[in-house]
Design a protein around this ligand. Structure first.
Ligand SMILES: NC(=O)c1ccc[n+]([C@@H]2O[C@H](COP(=O)([O-])OP(=O)(O)OC[C@H]3O[C@@H](n4cnc5c(N)ncnc54)[C@H](O)[C@@H]3O)[C@@H](O)[C@H]2O)c1
Length: 493
């Protein structure tokens, strides 16, 4: 499928967030998607954007025959689609806002700025300086000629959130507004409680708000691949739900597992909060016919998208301290200032990864093809599986050959409780097969981009200023102390 094919041409008004179901049947209580077939020809809808059509059968109009669904680079998008980004000031929220605004969406967002506060408290800072939200919004207007609507608000403040949902009338909601750090959540009881309360209660309140004020909007909820853990049996990590042909054999009998949620085995209290989010969303789709894609997000790296590149005032955050930095970004930053790349234990831990640029493409494609009412589905949003050691070696190779650096790898005692040797088979097919996603970046290219930014004099001095918080001290046991060095490796040139 080429990037310009429209994987949603033949979707119908059944899944369009602009229609409202009519009649007195409380179909939301009916539960399952099988209802769709039973309802065909019997259920009528009205289009909130085109009320002149009157009531009609939702299966009778396809997106490619509707004047409201316009072709875009990523499939058809509703003209001026109203998208609400929760956590717009964050690493992912801001580049998504720019991308959607460039695609002609009406972009709204909130944030309570907690990420800035927590990075500050840790003694870290974004390697690329980031502007205040008001300056970012002004820069987006100046550089990209787009309007982005931002309001400072806490997702937990339901007295503000619910009227805001009524005011914005979102057609898609992207839920990024969570505290995303495993080590932060393990550092103390207060930090664990903060993470769980913020993430679990925020999403739960949002679901009630959607039920009452935005029931037709699709919810793109960010989960994480860490919800699955890494099963030592080698069982594949299916996309959230078992495939139809999966069975369980026990004591000579066989049962179908098809469609059931796959096991979760979180690896920190942060991941526990994400698993709870998964169940809350799953239940809300079942009880109230909300619709959602739950995104099991791999580790994201890079700080580059076409929109961000337009001007430094549009930078997204790029954190590298032990709590808030993700691994590839941290390794490049460590190498840029002559610090060793710190890998935990053997370094053979495998995880799913994706670049920021590809992750943004995936989210746009999910917005463009909303789920059906009541549909809860899961995608594994990763492009590659790497060991930590492979990442360190790739950073080392590029650092040496292309930037004349002298990279070091240091194996440290592992602060986490995790398997260091394990199989890892991730199924990640839906985004490519159903949504038309094609990767536009690679580990090597992205490492080059990150090096270029990190070696700029201002960025380098911002890394140097936080040397103290680069090395891990937070152990899963609760102790805070430096890890013993197991081995120091200078990769051969
Ligand atoms: N970055 C990754 O590698 C990665 C990997 C897997 C999953 N995720 C998930 O993706 C989502 C976004 O991650 P990110 O890297 O952009 O994190 P981020 O911390 O940069 O962004 C989250 C934003 O939400 C805001 N926020 C948090 N709680 C809020 C609340 N109660 N009300 C309003 N705003 C609130 C924060 O201030 C922050 O700006 C998170 O849910 C995270 O768990 C990220």
């Amino acid at each position: 499928m080429s990037q310009h094919d429209c994987p949603n041409d033949k979707s119908t008004c059944w899944s369009c967030p602009a229609v409202e179901f009519k009649g007195h049947v409380d179909f939301r209580a009916c539960g399952q998607a099988a209802f769709r077939k039973a309802a065909s020809g019997q259920l009528v809808v009205e289009c909130k954007r085109r009320p002149e059509i009157g009531y009609f059968d939702p299966m009778s109009i396809t997106y490619d025959s509707c004047t409201e669904w316009r072709e875009s680079e990523y499939g058809r998008l509703l003209k001026g689609m109203r998208v609400l980004i929760l956590g717009m000031d964050g690493y992912l929220g801001w580049p998504l806002a720019l991308k959607l605004a460039k695609l002609g969406c009406e972009v709204h967002g909130i944030d309570n700025m907690v990420r800035r506060k927590l990075v500050d408290e840790k003694g870290g800072q974004s390697v690329l300086p980031i502007e205040s939200m008001s300056n970012r919004v002004a820069a987006a207007k100046r550089q990209l000629d787009v309007d982005i609507h931002f309001r400072e608000m806490d997702l937990l403040d339901r007295e503000s959130l619910f009227p805001y949902l009524q005011e914005v009338k979102p057609e898609a909601i992207v839920q990024f507004a969570e505290i995303p750090s495993a080590p932060y959540s393990m550092a103390s009881v207060d930090k664990a409680v903060h993470t769980i309360e913020n993430n679990v209660v925020g999403t739960l309140g949002l679901l009630f708000g959607m039920r009452d004020h935005a029931a037709e909007a699709s919810l793109i909820k960010l989960g994480t691949m860490g919800e699955y853990g890494s099963p030592l049996t080698g069982r594949p990590l299916f996309e959230g739900l078992f495939p139809g042909e999966a069975t369980l054999q026990y004591q000579g009998e066989e049962w179908s597992l098809g469609g059931e949620l796959t096991p979760r085995d979180p690896v920190s209290f942060y991941h526990v909060s994400k698993v709870q989010g998964t169940f809350s969303v799953y239940e809300a789709c079942k009880y109230w016919w909300l619709r959602s894609y739950d995104v099991m997000q791999g580790v994201i790296y890079g700080s580059h998208t076409d929109e961000l590149a337009a001007d430094p005032a549009l930078n997204t955050r790029f954190d590298i301290d032990e709590w808030w930095g993700t691994v590839v970004n941290r390794f490049v930053a460590q190498t840029a200032v002559g610090e060793p790349m710190t890998i935990y234990g053997s370094g053979n831990q495998m995880r799913g990864y994706i670049t920021l640029k590809d992750a943004m493409q995936c989210i746009v494609r999910l917005i463009a093809k909303p789920p059906e009412p009541g549909q809860y589905d899961v995608v594994n949003q990763v492009t590659d599986v790497f060991t930590v050691r492979h990442i360190a070696e790739t950073v080392a190779k590029i650092g040496q050959r292309e930037f004349g650096l002298d990279p070091l790898i240091q194996r440290l005692e592992n602060p986490r409780v995790e398997a260091e040797e394990h199989p890892y088979e991730v199924i990640h097919e839906k985004l490519q097969e159903q949504f038309g996603f094609q990767s536009e970046s690679s580990l090597e290219e992205e490492i080059r981009h990150i090096f270029k930014s990190a070696l700029e004099p201002e960025a380098k001095s911002r890394i140097e200023a936080q040397r103290d918080v680069l090395t891990p001290r937070t152990r899963w046991s609760g102790e805070q102390k430096e890890m013993a060095v197991l081995e120091t490796i200078r990769p051969a040139a």
